[in-house]
Design a binder for this molecule. Structure first.
Ligand SMILES: [Zn+2]
Length: 669
């Protein structure tokens, strides 16, 4: 597989919007800014194939040669995210039907039915034309298929394919009825053609949630097939060129883990809201890195300045793009790419930030910041590429579990899986305790500590695997709503938390749902150094009855005052904890810190609050990133260790002061 020898810096360039003179000026500005990669032609299907089967690639041939003559590589995108108008007009079946049953009209992007055979035929055809022409072009660094997949569709094609998908999954209608438990409310189906898509034409609550769950799996599989339809064509011409797509981050509607299994590397677009705290942005990087078992990934898009589609589009503050870029690299990105290189004259993203704004020159704050960033990244050469984060703690995250939890009616309408995951992640990240976010099929034995918040759905033998992990000496943490259901979201009979009962040494009989304004208390008896303190808790309260486990905390209020809310079970050589409620941030921070200390997991260096530290290790180097997210100066203490400051080519050791928003990139000896 072709590998990069530097951090790719640049981004989406849309040359079909520009005349030759503008393109020539852009080339000069790109060189000045240190751009070494352009992503194109993402939206150029209309220009490349103005009539069915009539291709016009000459302009793109010239453009790629011109870009390459300036020493800039290309990541070539199949332009299939926006089909040309003739295609929608001639073959209206390519247009999707939305959840309300409305046929969409032409004019958007990502507005095709992923199951449309005609769409797939034309998409594969243009991918074939591109691969034939460019698969061996020296400028080609990677293939980028389509753009930000994620369109749901409820058209007749999808309806028919959904039934076939179900037939493949369940075999017989009898088995489907059993797995869907259709005897509830007498929803038995006799033939596959009686199964309807879960559209809004059917009231959400009255529709069996398992149908919605299977629809989301089906949509994911259909989207992965749609990706593969083009990727397989590209790979045929030159298997050495890596193929990916730019994912819209961790979006709920597609199981990105399934998508990632089809990619040679993960690519994702990072658009934090101005109000997102640093830990939340870091968590998204962690989720994306975990998709391919910790492999480094491509940051395919971020905005050089303000976006245009947030409710209030704050300017990126001086230094903010640099800080966010290094945060991405610190968590595993091997590239630093942006949308967009030149700000468009009109259209939906007319006011979205760009390297080159409407002024058309390089004399702007953003262009100067980008140029400085480009220079710094070039100085790092290939030092950080393919470097991995070496975490001994992991948080388990799974899309099927996410869907099942939130599709279930009860116990609380406030169920928000991502929010709960982020709360646990925050407790690690804000103490710089290295943690991976892992897939359910990840090898648990790689870790000393595994935390699985809200592990509602038991699949892939996870119960057995966790039991084995603890038996061999691992530390495991489960929370409320664990071990409840199987892969079809059917409750597992026997006491909760089902397959985790034995390892946790408890049974959970009931779960109370608190209103948003209600609180209970966790009265801590003993856990690490946290003796006899009270902490607030809310949301859900599992009533835990320890069987073999010891009680570490009990509820302080309500009729279940005195009943266990935190337990520890010694099992084999390991320990398994159960937190039956949603504890305060204060508790989690302290508790996770102590739990890590107990497992021998420490922060690499001590630092002031708000200073983020990670390190990426490869055969080439061990590189440490220190990022000060504070509004004021802060410190980090390297003690006796001497590190090489790669951005300033000087040595650092001891207690070092770091400016507000500044970043240190250091090589360990
Ligand atoms: Zn469809």
């Amino acid at each position: 597989m072709k590998k990069a020898d530097k951090i790719y810096f640049g981004g989406d360039y849309n040359p079909d919007q520009w005349d030759e003179q503008t393109i020539d000026e852009d080339m000069k500005l790109f060189k000045r800014a240190g751009v070494n990669l352009a992503v194109l032609p993402v939206f150029s299907w209309a220009k490349l194939e103005p009539l069915e089967g009539e291709y016009h690639f000459e302009w793109l041939d010239q453009l790629i040669d011109k870009i390459w003559s300036h020493g800039i590589s290309v990541c070539l995108a199949t332009p299939t995210t926006a089909q040309p108008a003739w295609l929608s007009k001639k073959y209206p079946e390519v247009l999707p039907v939305d959840i309300a049953g409305r046929k969409r009209t032409h004019g958007m992007r990502v507005f095709f039915c992923v199951n449309s055979l005609k769409y797939r035929e034309r998409a594969a055809a243009i991918a074939d034309e591109m691969a034939k022409r460019y698969a061996h072009h020296p400028a080609l660094a990677a293939w980028h298929v389509s753009n930000e997949y994620g369109t749901s569709c409820y058209c007749p094609t999808c309806q028919a394919k959904f039934r076939l998908w179900l037939k493949k999954r369940y075999g017989t209608i009898e088995n489907l009825n059993k797995m869907w438990h259709t005897s509830f409310w007498g929803r038995t189906v006799y033939e596959f053609d009686e199964i309807m898509l879960p559209t809004e034409l059917n009231d959400d609550y009255r529709f069996n949630p398992v149908i919605q769950l299977d629809y989301m799996r089906f949509l994911t599989d259909s989207t992965a097939e749609c990706f593969e339809n083009e990727a397989s064509v590209l790979r045929k011409y030159n298997p050495e060129i890596p193929v990916m797509t730019n994912m819209s981050g961790y979006i709920r509607k597609l199981d990105q883990r399934v998508m990632a299994d089809h990619l040679d590397m993960v690519g994702w677009d990072n658009y934090p809201a101005p109000t997102d705290p640093p830990y939340f942005v870091a968590m998204k990087h962690e989720i994306m890195r975990g998709l391919r078992h910790g492999q480094s990934y491509w940051l395919t898009e971020q905005s050089p300045n303000q976006q245009n589609w947030q409710p209030y589009n704050k300017l990126k503050r001086p230094g903010e793009v640099r800080r966010l870029s290094y945060q991405a690299i610190a968590h595993g990105a091997d590239t630093c790419l942006f949308f967009q290189m030149r700000q468009s004259a009109a259209g939906q993203e007319q006011f979205h930030g760009a390297f080159i704004n409407h002024g058309g020159h390089g004399n702007t704050r953003i262009f100067r910041e980008m140029t400085a960033l480009g220079e710094e990244l070039a100085s790092l050469k290939d030092k950080v590429l393919e470097g991995r984060i070496q975490a001994k703690a992991a948080i388990l995250f799974d899309w099927n579990n996410w869907w099942a939890l939130e599709l279930s009616s009860g116990p609380s309408q406030d169920m928000d899986y991502l929010k709960l995951i982020s709360k646990y992640y925050q407790a690690f990240q804000e103490q710089n305790l290295p943690v991976d976010i892992i897939r359910m099929d990840e090898e648990l034995e790689k870790y000393d500590l595994v935390v699985a918040p809200l592990l509602h759905m038991m699949k892939e033998n996870i119960g057995e695997r966790i039991t084995g992990f603890v038996e061999k000496g691992g530390t495991f943490v489960a929370t409320m709503r664990s071990g409840i259901a199987d892969e079809e979201n059917r409750c597992i009979f026997g006491d909760y938390p089902g397959p985790l009962n034995k390892v946790l040494g408890i049974r959970v009989e009931e779960t109370d749902a608190l209103r948003p304004e209600e609180r209970n208390m966790m009265e801590l008896r003993e856990a690490f150094g946290m003796r006899e303190k009270s902490y607030a808790c809310d949301f859900l309260c599992d009533l835990i009855y320890p069987e073999k486990a010891e009680t570490l905390a009990v509820y302080g209020q309500d009729f279940y005052k005195g009943i266990a809310c935190l337990t520890r079970n010694t099992f084999g050589k390991g320990k398994a904890y159960y937190i039956g409620t949603n504890p305060s941030e204060e508790f989690l921070k302290e508790w996770v810190g102590n739990l890590c200390a107990d497992c021998g997991i420490m922060a690499l260096y001590e630092a002031a609050e708000g200073v983020e530290i990670t390190n990426r290790v490869s055969q080439k180097a061990d590189v440490v990133f220190v990022i000060n997210h504070n509004q004021e100066k802060a410190w980090v203490d390297f003690k006796e260790e001497t590190l090489l400051d790669l951005l300033h080519q000087s040595e650092v050791s001891g207690k070092v002061s770091i400016e507000s928003g500044d970043v240190l990139v250091l090589e360990r000896k």
